[in-house]
Design a protein around this ligand. Structure first.
Ligand SMILES: Nc1ncnc2c1ncn2[C@@H]1O[C@H](COP(=O)(O)OP(=O)(O)OP(=O)(O)O)[C@@H](O)[C@H]1O
Ligand SMILES: [Mg+2]
Length: 257
């Protein structure tokens, strides 16, 4: 569903992405981890076609978007949902308008049908449909993040969902709600998902495939077990502070299965 082939990306002289390749299958959920400034958000922008690779190719559903014109790109982007770190909701629109905005603008659906769709989406992300007339400011950060996911899902039933730090700044309960939603979408096996996160335990919750980026290079691509037994010094250094948490999590997972 998503393929990168030897992608390089420069901003000015700054070589930000250095020859990254990977394939993500339909229905697969992958976590992208790596230190701050390593290039994770830039990768998402390359996949969305917000940046063009300097060299190499990006394919979405088999279509090369690496040098595609904006008008065509917009069509491809309709198949992708993006959840930005801050939720990026429109402050002056209600929850319902935020979620239904795309359908209001770009479809011929009747208002009543849009409203039904919005309510169904609110329920899907575990929010009370009564919140439909509230303004984003009146919701907690975690609820806003869920509205952002609902908005990304409602527009097009995306084949690709991209999340940039979806749980940063949330308490454990709100975090679990978000990872549960990501897993629920993952379980449907129809949407390829990329979850960029600093929260290594969240990465383990949503996926068993990890791609690690270091200074614009892919230094790891494999399962959690492989990650934990990896001897690469950069990986050991990155995981160091989390080791005990991860091991506990893996034990729990092993006990459950
Ligand atoms: N618009 C830009 N102009 C110049 N340099 C940029 C720009 N955007 C990103 N960079 C640089 O590219 C590198 C990768 O940035 P990116 O935002 O992809 O990192 P990240 O892995 O998402 O970091 P974080 O975990 O802090 O969000 C950084 O060194 C950053 O300074
Ligand atoms: Mg980032």
């Amino acid at each position: 569903m998503i393929s990168l082939e030897d992608v390089h990306f420069y901003i000015g002289d700054n070589h930000i992405i250095r020859g990254i390749s990977f394939d993500i299958a339909e229905g697969e959920t992958v976590a992208i981890i790596g230190a701050s400034g390593s290039g994770k958000s830039t990768l998402l922008k390359l996949i969305l076609g917000l940046y063009y690779p300097t060299s190499g190719q990006v394919f979405v559903d088999g279509i090369d978007i690496s040098s595609m014109k904006e008008r065509k790109l917009r069509k491809i982007r309709k198949r992708m949902g993006m959840v930005f770190q801050d939720g990026a909701l429109f402050d002056s629109l209600t929850v319902g308008e935020n979620i239904g905005y795309y359908l209001l603008e770009h479809s011929k659906m009747k208002l009543a049908d849009i409203s039904d769709e919005v309510s169904a989406m609110l329920e899907f992300v575990g929010l009370d449909p009564e919140l439909i007339d509230r303004l984003p400011d009146e919701l907690s950060g975690g609820m806003q993040r869920r509205v952002a996911i609902a908005r990304a899902l409602v527009s097009t039933r995306p084949q690709v969902m991209l999340y940039d730090e979806p749980t940063t700044g949330l308490d454990p309960r709100a975090t679990k709600r978000i990872t549960d939603i990501i897993n629920k979408i993952g379980d449907q096996k129809t949407t390829a998902q990329i979850v960029v996160t600093h929260q290594i335990t969240d990465a383990f919750r949503v996926s068993d495939r990890f791609i690690m980026i270091d200074s614009g290079e892919k230094i790891f691509d494999g399962t959690g077990k492989q990650l934990l037994s990896c001897k690469d010094q950069n990986i050991i250094k990155f995981l160091g502070p989390f080791n005990s948490v991860i091991e506990k999590h893996c034990r729990l997972l092993a006990e459950m299965s």
